[in-house]
Design a protein around this ligand. Structure first.
Ligand code: E4P
Length: 217
C-alpha cells in the first residue's frame, strides 16, 4: 500500500520523505489555510521534494472553471494530481482533464456509487473519507470494502486512496482490505512506529545494559 501524507506542512513532508515514507501528498483548502502559505508557492515546493503524485484541489464549483483551475494547478509540476470534488460538475471536469493526460483525484467520496461514477469518468484516484463517516456513526471501512469489491468486479484501474484517516487502526484496516493508497496526517504516520511494549522492552534493555558497565563505542 502506498503512503501519501495529508498535509501542506513542508517540514513534516521533508522529514517523512527522508525516511522513505512518502509516496505522494494530498492537500485540500483547509490544509492550505493551516499552512498559511500561497497554494501555488507551497504546492511547487512540495513537488520539488516528492516525486510521486501531489494532489492540489480546485475551489471552483462549475465544470468550466474547475477545468481552468485544474490546468493552472497541473502546470505547477508534472506530478500534480488535480483534486476535484465528487459532484456532477467535478465528474465532467474529471473526464476532460484525464482526457488531457492529467492525473485526477476525485475527493469527498462517501458512497460506492459515487466511486463507480468517478471510475467511469476516468479518475486516477478516488478518495473515500473514512473518518468523516465514522464521525456520523456510519461505517467508513465498509465503504472501502464496497469500493474494492465494485472496482475488482469490473477491473476498474482507478486507485482507491483511503482518506480522512484518523488512527493507526484505520491504516491497518484499509491495508487489510487492499486499498491502493492511504493518506494520513504526519502524526498518524509517526504513531505507526509506537508500541508500549517496544518502549517497555527498550527501557529494560537500557537498565540491564547500564549494569554491565560496557560500552560499544
Ligand atoms: C484527503 O484527501 C483529505 O485531505 C483528508 O484526508 C481529509 O481528512 P479529514 O476528514 O481528517 O479532514
Amino acid at each position: 500500500m502506498k503512503f501519501f501524507v495529508d498535509t501542506a506542512d513542508v517540514t513534516a513532508i521533508r522529514e517523512l520523505h527522508d525516511l522513505g515514507m512518502v509516496d505522494g501528498v494530498t492537500t485540500n483548502p483547509s490544509l492550505i489555510l493551516k499552512s498559511g502559505r500561497d497554494i501555488i508557492e507551497v504546492t511547487r515546493e512540495i513537488c520539488g521534494i516528492v516525486e510521486g503524485p501531489v494532489s492540489a484541489e480546485v475551489v471552483a464549483l462549475d465544470a468550466d472553471a474547475m477545468i481552468a483551475e485544474g490546468r493552472k494547478l497541473a502546470d505547477i509540476a508534472p506530478n500534480i494530481a488535480v483534486k476535484l470534488p465528487l459532484t456532477w460538475d467535478g465528474l465532467k471536469a474529471c473526464k476532460v482533464l484525464t482526457g488531457e493526460g492529467k492525473m485526477v483525484n476525485v475527493t469527498l467520496c462517501f458512497s460506492a456509487n459515487q466511486a463507480l461514477l468517478a471510475a467511469k469518468a476516468g479518475a486516477t484516484f478516488i478518495s473515500p473519507f473514512i473518518g468523516r463517516l465514522d464521525d456520523l456513526a456510519l461505517d467508513g471501512m465498509e465503504l472501502i470494502e464496497d469500493i474494492r469489491t465494485v472496482y475488482d468486479n469490473y477491473g476498474f484501474e482507478t486507485q482507491i486512496l483511503a482518506a480522512s484517516i484518523r488512527s493507526v487502526n484505520h491504516v491497518l484496516d484499509v491495508a487489510r482490505i487492499g486499498a491502493d493508497v492511504m493518506t494520513a496526517p504526519p502524526e498518524v504516520i509517526r504513531k505507526l512506529a509506537s508500541h508500549p511494549l517496544t518502549d517497555a522492552g527498550l527501557a529494560q534493555f537500557m537498565k540491564d545494559w547500564e549494569k554491565t558497565g560496557q560500552k560499544i563505542l
